[in-house]
Design a binder for this molecule. Structure first.
Ligand SMILES: Nc1ncnc2c1ncn2[C@@H]1O[C@H](COP(=O)(O)OP(=O)(O)OC[C@H]2O[C@@H]([n+]3cccc(C(=O)O)c3)[C@H](O)[C@@H]2O)[C@@H](O)[C@H]1O
Ligand SMILES: Nc1ncnc2c1ncn2[C@@H]1O[C@H](COP(=O)(O)OP(=O)(O)OP(=O)(O)O)[C@@H](O)[C@H]1O
Ligand SMILES: NC(=O)CC[C@H](N)C(=O)O
Length: 710
């Protein structure tokens, strides 16, 4: 008897509520797994409807469409008694909605397994739509299948299915069970009990979005679980932008006894990626049985009274050790992206999904020659590189169709630069306050990445608006350098910035027409985390766009990304852009070649300091006083009063500008320090900006520190 089996997992680029697309992806995955002669296929969390349906989960339509496409999927499992398919969907049972796995074998639903631990932190809101199931393994209920579903499956006699936490046992003795996404991350993961119950194959269907360095954590959790308890662990993750700010980064995997046998692509453009491994179940059994501590705890776990016997299913491969294709899959070497690659490639893949699904024919970006808009442009170029690589490989028919849809029938694309020329449109929008240096840098970057670039002087727009204002009010504002007040100066800065946004939208609407192409362009924004946190942006200026790929990335991380891209793509201009001092160029500058208005001087703090404030505020959950306490150790070179003053200044600007985050452009979620008010960082937007109590406490602590009292 051989104790080797073949199992598959997959990454699927499902789109919330796009049932036809989701069904097609699932069918393709089933076909690929069956072609691999696999016995089991795991798919991502809520794979039938897409993970990100959000409040659509509250609509009965979402569940009923899942049943409809499940009925369409069932025939692909018919006459395959040795193949188990595992999909995800919402199911209402006894009045509560559960996030369920539905396991199908030979055209029958053999079990429905509800999720026990909700993901409710950060971007996750599962508790808003789903109830956690709280019964133990083997405590099964009988679920009456919906009549419409039964009627749509011709010839089926099935009326009910077991509902609850269950262990499946095949006729030849393989034990398999599932847990769902967050359960792996919880303190008492179900995989522990399942392993002690002798389950050899544990599967986790997930909807886990990208965050920098999160893949390491996922791998640690899975490797540690199977190192400690032995077992085969299959992980399946959603891929792509399914309609929101997050990007699911695939990386599905198959792990056995702490060793990774298959690792899927993290930033890939295939809608369906199936990974299959031949796994040695005997190896799992012997791994466990040689560990006295495992044996002892396992022996005290009684097997659940009710387990689901898959009478007709044989999981193990025929015993013919000479057959090479039955050889257990060898472990692979793990591959990880660097944080710089993650900053570049995650947003690049997200933008591609957004573009092809939005019906847009490209992007428009106001390109200033500064680091932020250069970062956005570089991410679009990275997207073009990824797309062209896949396009030229020639085996991704869906991508080929998407490229044709975006660039238009008949357009010829052979290189990333050619694609970039059709997709990315940039414009330098200078005023009399702009410098020659930023104009040049924008032009050089544009020519190197190949985008369609124009250069404009918007002084006429600015003077028209100021002229209209003067006519209405009979007051003419001046810059401080020309004798005006700071209020006038700021208003004159803001009008330049706002008019850029107005022109940007006009360009986005009409540039395709000017180029005799069809469609519209999506406007890209380039505000970074630190500017948002400090409020160093004009509300409704170029920070207002359709999408922002860098909105949750700090300036420091962006600069590292640009340095990496300078080498990776041979774009020396990026190194020059990184080295230039950040400037808004909104005030008059005399005849100087480089502008002397400096972001850091204007803000009263450096980008590096802002990065520290941002992490402490969000990731370490610090209010002013606890931030002060932590910073005393982080900045030992400063006096306590200097630290207190910096904290006060940060919180003052943060609070007077927090309202800007309510209207900030939707941005890619990349980092845990994101200040995105809409979903991730929920806080008031009207503060008492004096922080009088907190500041008093800080001053007392600082003076005690200075007197050596604490
Ligand atoms: N509590 C509150 N709740 C809701 N809304 C509130 C508000 N307080 C002010 N507001 C509104 O917000 C407005 C103030 O915001 P805003 O108009 O942005 O004006 P403001 O924040 O005063 O100025 C923009 C700042 O961004 C700087 N900047 C730097 C670099 C680049 C750029 C650029 O744009 O390229 C800008 C610029 O130098 C200046 O310091 C008020 O006029 C009011 O309408
Ligand atoms: N001269 C300009 N031409 C075109 N767009 C501009 C110009 N100046 C500013 N913008 C737009 O407004 C946005 C905000 O400007 P801001 O000065 O804050 O950033 P930046 O110039 O991209 O980068 P940096 O902060 O490194 O200077 C820019 O990202 C850019 O999209
Ligand atoms: N969908 C989930 O349950 C996700 C939970 C988990 N914290 C993750 O990010 O992967």
């Amino acid at each position: 008897m051989s104790y080797t089996t073949k199992v598959s997992t997959c990454s699927l680029n499902q789109h919330a509520l796009a049932f036809s697309l989701n069904l097609a992806n699932l069918k393709a995955a089933v076909d690929a797994a069956k072609a691999d002669n696999s016995k089991y296929l795991l798919t991502p969390e809520l794979s039938l409807c897409g993970y990100g349906c959000e409040d659509h989960f509250l609509e009965p339509d979402t569940e009923s469409h899942c049943w409809e496409i499940l009925a369409e999927l069932l025939p692909s499992t018919l006459n395959c008694p040795n193949f188990l398919l595992d999909v995800g969907m919402p199911i209402v049972f006894n009045g509560s909605r559960f996030n369920c796995r539905v396991l199908v074998c030979d055209g029958r639903i053999v079990g429905i397994r509800p999720k026990t631990v909700m993901a409710d932190d950060g971007n996750y809101r599962e508790g808003r739509w789903f109830t956690p199931w709280c019964r133990g393994v083997g405590e099964l209920e009988e679920y009456l299948l919906p009549k419409a579903f039964i009627d749509s499956v011709p010839g089926s006699s099935q009326r009910t299915a077991p509902f609850g936490l269950m262990v499946f046992r095949t006729s030849d003795g393989l034990k398999l069970s599932v847990e769902t996404c967050e359960e792996l991350w919880s303190p008492e993961s179900p995989n522990i009990e399942l392993s002690l119950l002798g389950v050899e194959v544990i599967a986790n269907g997930s909807g886990s979005h990208h965050e920098l360095r999160k893949l390491h954590r996922r791998l640690e959790l899975i490797i540690e679980a199977t190192k400690k308890n032995g077992g085969v662990y299959l992980y399946s993750n959603q891929r792509g932008c399914d309609g929101s700010r997050v990007y699911y980064d695939g990386s599905s995997m198959i792990v056995c006894n702490g060793q990774v046998l298959r690792q899927g692509v993290q930033f890939g453009l295939k809608d369906v990626e199936v990974l299959t491994a031949t796994v040695d179940v005997e190896g799992v059994r012997s791994y466990r049985a040689c560990r006295p501590s495992f044996r002892m705890q396992s022996a005290s776990h009684s097997c659940p009274r009710e387990q689901v016997n898959l009478e007709s299913m044989r999981a193990f491969l025929p015993a013919a050790s000479a057959r090479r294709d039955l050889k257990p899959t060898d472990p692979v070497e793990l591959t990880f992206s660097t944080p710089e690659q993650e900053c570049l490639l995650g947003p690049a893949c997200w933008l591609w999904d957004y573009l092809r699904r939005s019906g847009g024919s490209g992007f428009f970006l106001p390109l200033s020659g500064g680091a932020d808009s250069a970062s956005t442009a570089t991410i679009v170029f990275a997207m073009c590189k990824l797309v062209m690589k896949e396009f030229l490989a020639g085996d991704n028919e869906q991508l080929r169709r998407d490229v044709v849809k975006v660039v238009g029938e008949g357009a010829v694309v052979r290189t990333a630069e050619e694609l970039c020329n059709l997709i990315l449109h940039t414009t330098y929008m200078g005023t009399s306050n702009s410098s020659q240096q930023t104009l040049r840098r924008a032009g050089v970057l544009a020519s190197h990445i190949g985008c369609y670039h124009l250069s404009a002087n918007i002084d006429a727009m600015v003077s028209s608006v100021v002229g209209v204002f003067t006519t209405i009010t009979n007051c003419r504002p001046s810059f401080e350098s020309a004798g005006g007040t700071s209020v006038e100066d700021l208003a004159l800065q803001n009008i330049q910035a706002r008019l850029r946004m107005v022109l940007a939208y006009m360009m986005a609407q009409l540039l395709p027409w000017c180029r005799k192409r069809k469609g519209f362009l999506l406007v890209l924004g380039s505000g970074n985390v630190d500017e948002c946190l400090r409020g160093y942006l004009t509300k409704y200026d170029c920070s207002s766009a359709d999408l922002n790929p860098i909105g949750s990335i700090s300036k420091v991380d962006l600069k590292n990304m640009l340095k990496f891209a300078a080498v990776e793509y041979n774009l020396a201009i990026l190194a020059e852009i990184v080295a230039a001092p950040p400037t808004a160029e909104l005030r008059p500058n005399g005849a100087k070649e480089e502008h002397t208005q400096s972001d850091e001087a204007d803000m009263g703090m450096s980008y590096e300091e802002l990065g520290v404030f941002g992490r402490l505020r969000k990731i370490s959950r610090c209010g002013p006083v606890s931030m002060y306490r932590k910073l005393l150790h982080i900045w030992p070179e400063l006096t306590a009063q200097q630290v207190a003053d910096k904290v006060k200044r940060f919180f003052f600007y943060y609070s007077i500008n927090r309202h800007k985050m309510t209207t900030i452009t939707p941005s890619y979620h990349a980092e845990a320090y994101s200040p995105d008010d809409n979903r991730f960082d929920q806080r008031p937007f009207l503060y008492d900006a004096r922080w009088s109590w907190q500041n008093k406490v800080m001053d007392t602590l600082a003076s005690e520190d200075q007197q050596g009292l604490c």
